[in-house]
Design a protein around this ligand. Structure first.
Ligand code: KG4
Ligand code: ZN
Length: 368
């Protein structure tokens, strides 16, 4: 659905609890003005999960319950906004770890009911899809690469409720590959940023790694072969130079696949938008990686696309993107009933997920 002109400003509280960050934010959407993020509070649980080498769902859900009200209160205080000023309450309703999603959604429902304001049940992926609009004027439509620890997708974003999936991972997300390879190199979870530092000055050509889907048609991704090969090799290396070269090789292999598949999606997108300005956005935690970001920027330039990447605070999980998606939905009359359910799996483009399922029943499903 494309946004119609807004007549009054909308102030929306957003809540995000789908993984290991408890986040709340207040965003104001006003006619003819840039999006205004009044506050964005993120409480990370990384320290709670670090001993386990990954996110433990039960620990995450409990941690959300313990601090959600304090985080929401802080977001309102920092925004200088009272609950009576809110036009709506938005919360992530999936996809994600369902215990955590239920915490944020139930909290939002209670607030919506108590205040008599609309609830907006937001798809976390739609939040990421819109995140570039928090900090820059990025008009619809645009091509998005969403690349994080849980997701790796190429989407044509035409507005809220109007995302078309061009490609997705058939197994792991790119961030998961960074984390697992980094873990095998002895780096603490989440290992992406540390792997990037380790790779500095390394010889990326020294260790050949699987090329996965490169050269194949379509825009899907696959990282599990690369992840397993690099992690196995990592477990055998101890010399600092070897570890550095393998980190460089893994980073280059991940970047190479992201660039090659995105290049294909750009060709598909450019065909469908021949007469329009071509815009490309990369979002998600992996967009923080300099090698990935620079390689995508070069690609965008050579293919005639503009390039935008939200600042890191909006790339990684946050509630400002959920509040913005909620406000944009509210602006076009898309609110939800109080019986909205928390969904562990929720593909953004339901038609594409039905036509081209990438996971068998019981596998991770649409989250990745
Ligand atoms: O968007 P995000 O915070 O959470 C998800 O929704 O998944 O992304 C986190 C992921 C982790 O896998 C992390 O290792 C990766 O993004 N990441 C990086 C870098 N910074 C974060 N990967 C590679 N290089 C980085 N600099
Ligand atoms: Zn996310």
């Amino acid at each position: 659905m494309t946004a119609k002109p807004l007549t009054n400003p909308l102030t929306v509280l957003g809540l995000e609890t789908s993984c290991d960050e408890t986040a709340a934010a207040v965003v104001r959407l006003a006619p003819d003005a840039p999006v205004h993020v009044l506050s964005s509070v993120v409480a990370s649980q990384i320290a709670d999960h670090a001993p386990y080498g990954g996110v433990v769902p039960e620990i995450a859900a409990r941690a959300h319950v313990e601090i959600i009200d304090a985080i929401a209160q802080r977001a309102l205080t920092e925004a200088g906004v009272g609950v009576a000023d809110l036009d709506g309450i938005a919360a992530t309703a999936g996809p994600g770890l369902v215990g955590g999603v239920m915490v944020g959604l139930a909290f939002a429902k209670a607030m919506a009911l108590a205040l008599g304001r609309p609830l907006i049940a937001v798809n976390h992926l739609e939040g990421h899809a819109l995140s570039a609009r928090l900090s820059a004027q990025v008009p619809y439509p645009f091509l998005l690469l969403l690349v994080s620890g849980g997701h790796c997708q190429l989407l044509e974003v035409a507005g809220v409720g109007a995302c078309r999936r061009l490609g997705t991972t058939i197994d792991d997300a790119a961030g998961e590959a960074f984390d697992k390879i980094g873990g095998a190199l002895g780096l603490a979870y989440p290992a992406g940023p540390a792997l990037e530092r380790l790779a500095e000055g390394g010889d990326a050509a020294r260790f050949p790694l699987p090329r996965a889907l490169i050269g194949r048609k379509g825009c899907d991704f696959s990282f599990s072969g690369l992840k397993t090969a690099a992690a196995r090799l990592a477990a055998t290396l101890t010399a600092p130079d070897d570890r550095r070269d393998l980190a460089a090789a893994a980073q280059a292999a991940i970047a190479r696949q992201l660039v090659e598949r995105t290049g294909r999606a750009m060709a598909v997108y450019a065909d469908a938008h021949a007469e329009e300005a071509l815009r490309f956005v990369v979002a998600g935690g992996v967009a923080a990686n300099r090698a990935v970001r620079l390689a995508l920027q070069d690609l965008a330039q050579s293919e005639g696309f503009s390039f935008d990447a939200p600042p890191l605070a909006y790339c990684t999980d946050n509630a400002a993107m959920i509040a913005l998606a909620g406000a944009e939905r509210l602006a076009v009359g898309l609110a939800d009933d109080l019986d909205a359910v928390a969904r562990p799996r929720w593909p953004l483009d339901e038609a594409a997920a039905r036509e081209r399922p990438t996971h068998l029943a019981g596998r991770k499903g649409a989250k990745a």
